[in-house]
Design a protein around this ligand. Structure first.
Ligand SMILES: [Zn+2]
Length: 588
């Protein structure tokens, strides 16, 4: 459907019950094509035919880089084209015979405009790939080069300097392209990956919206770019330029439009949607601002809950909730979707179970439904339940995973207003009201809040690499638990953590899964913020801000997974919720 191009009106106040407006206003902010850097480089070198070997670093997958090298060789040009992103990992994947190694020593560089262990993090998950090899990392000099010493099983030793091209962008050290003749310094090469990002940021900055929250309902940043996703061959890890572009664009634009967003999750810049698509040709950037119209819904097949290996469609969730019975309650979201819940009275101490506060975390939705089904069969149980809190985000996630099923899509974490469904929201005025209704009806003092996080590394290569404000969430450490309690509830919080972690540890596959990921993460970070109980990472803290005196938050590495991995996480979510209810009944 062709859409009329009209100015964006000021909006942003919660809108309820306006699901059937037929008009959709749209403003086109930019539509531009940017040549593919690898093609331009190939054309330039084929024409100039340098008589020395050339080295270049671009944001392209290994297959595309090897193919370009081969075509250049046929044109009598010797070139080595490397990855500008995660260069040390790619060095080991592409240029080292890992099976022949006995010992590896790596001095990783540091830089005053980067996190002290940024280059150690960027090498992730090398430690896991070098299983059985004696590996040591050492902090090195202020530089842009990893110094690598390889000792083979036959005793021979080789040293390599692995260049990591970076430049300062907005005051932070960020990955960039590079070009040089072998043995020379060369210079930064502005790639299409960086040009797309810069053009998007400049286009939005030029609107002068930072002091005018709510200038649009939905800001869609459509990017077409080269670079196929590459499996690393360990866990769920993948090198994905498109996923990195989504994450960096989303958070950079959010930070720009809502400057306090890092500290104040309540900032409401509107819904920002990076829609990143693959192409083999020139890159393209298109940004539109639109107003919400009909609250549509992505169609999805109904699947069995016990073996659900992917996120459920909203129609199935609605039907499953309806089949549970109990007393229904509901409210409307910002876009006008129903947020439904149920209350089941009973003699036991009441609990509230919710999922989908962050809608790109989908295993808790399945696990929550399965737990609610089990609890409905128990005449003693007493609970309120909201299967999906952030229904607008959930619909966005359903749309985004059609294009890129295995990307983390943090745009869908937030509400349609662009904020987190924050636990500190005192007077909810939209979808948050479902949670408060559940607490009011049941009198629950315990909130079981089912969450997830990325199952593979989360990065922002164009803004300092580590995601600002989320540095502790960049690498998976398995299924973990967070318990937050108000004053006077510390003892029961501690006992609950012990009981739930012990129950989860009855699954040896989960404990083994967690151990592998914790080992890989700890080799590449210095995170000591969490404890471990029964093989489960745990956090325990006191805070007055949460709605209930006691909150148990599950964290499943689920944002990017399908198949057996998803079945494992959603089943663990169910087990955690039921273990929590069982232990609470005993401890109260
Ligand atoms: Zn979450």
């Amino acid at each position: 459907m062709a859409l009329p191009v009209l100015p964006i009106s000021a909006a942003g106040a919660p809108r309820r019950g306006t699901t059937k407006r037929m008009d959709t206003f749209m403003t086109l902010l930019i539509d531009t094509v940017i040549p593919r850097t690898l093609d331009a480089l190939e054309a330039e070198l084929s024409a100039s035919k340098p008589d020395q070997p050339v080295e270049a670093w671009v944001f392209e997958d290994a297959a595309a880089r090897r193919a370009a090298e081969a075509r250049l060789a046929a044109a009598s040009v010797t070139a080595r084209i490397r990855s500008a992103y995660k260069p040390l990992l790619c060095f080991f994947l592409e240029e080292v015979d890992r099976a022949a190694l006995r010992q590896v020593t790596i001095r990783y560089p540091r830089h005053p405009q980067a996190h002290d262990r940024r280059f150690l993090a960027e090498a992730y998950p090398l430690a896991a790939l070098l299983d059985g090899v004696a590996l040591s990392f050492e902090a090195g000099e202020v530089a842009l080069t990893y110094e690598v010493t390889l000792t083979a099983k036959d005793g021979t030793t080789a040293t390599h300097s692995v260049f990591a091209p970076n430049r300062l962008r907005d005051g932070v050290l960020a990955n960039c392209g590079w070009q040089r003749l072998l043995g020379e310094d060369g210079a930064a090469l502005t790639t299409e990956f960086e040009a797309l990002f810069a053009a998007a940021v400049e286009t939005v900055r030029a609107q002068g919206w930072s002091d005018r929250i709510g200038a649009f309902d939905r800001l869609t940043v459509t990017v077409e770019m080269p670079g196929a996703d590459q499996e690393i061959g360990w866990g769920d890890e993948v090198i994905s330029f498109r996923e990195a572009m989504h994450e960096d664009l989303f958070f950079t634009l959010r930070e720009m439009l809502a400057p306090d967003a890092g500290l104040d999750r309540g900032a409401r810049p509107g819904q920002i949607v990076p829609d990143i698509r693959a192409t083999h040709g020139a890159a393209r950037l298109r940004i539109t601002g639109t107003m919400f119209a009909e609250a549509d819904e992505t169609a999805s097949a109904t699947i069995a809950l016990e073996t659900a290996d992917r996120p459920l469609g909203m129609a199935q969730i609605r039907a499953a909730l309806g089949a549970l019975g109990g007393q229904r309650f509901s409210t409307l979201s910002r876009e006008g979707r129903e947020v439904a819940g149920l209350y089941k009275p009973g003699p036991g101490p009441a609990v509230l179970i919710t999922a989908g506060q962050h809608a790109n975390e989908t295993s808790g939705v399945v696990g929550g439904l399965r737990a609610a089904q089990a609890l409905m069969q128990d005449p003693e149980s007493h609970f309120a339940y909201v299967p999906v809190e952030n229904v607008d985000g959930y619909e966005l996630h359903q749309r985004l995973i059609v294009q890129n099923p295995r990307h983390m899509h943090h745009a869908a974490r937030f509400s349609a207003l662009g904020d987190d469904l924050s636990p500190a929201m005192a007077e909810p005025d939209d979808e948050r009201r479902a949670r408060y209704e559940g607490i009011a009806r049941s009198g629950a003092k315990l909130h079981i809040n089912l969450h997830g996080y990325p199952a593979h590394e989360w990065t922002r290569p164009l803004s300092g690499y580590l995601p600002r404000g989320f540095e502790a969430w960049t690498m998976p450490k398995g299924f973990f638990l967070i318990v937050v309690h108000q004053k006077g509830w510390g003892e029961i919080a501690q006992a609950l953590l012990a009981a739930v972690s012990a129950r989860l540890a009855e699954d040896p596959a989960l404990v083994a899964f967690n151990a592998l990921r914790m080992d890989a993460m700890l080799a590449h970070t210095a995170d000591s913020s969490f404890g471990v109980m029964n093989g489960i990472p745990v956090y325990l803290s006191e805070a007055a801000t949460y709605t209930t005196p006691l909150t148990v938050i599950t964290e499943a590495p689920d944002e990017t997974i399908f198949g057996a991995a998803f079945v494992m996480q959603q089943t663990t979510q169910m087990r955690a919720a039921l273990a929590c209810v069982e232990a609470y009944l005993r401890l109260r």
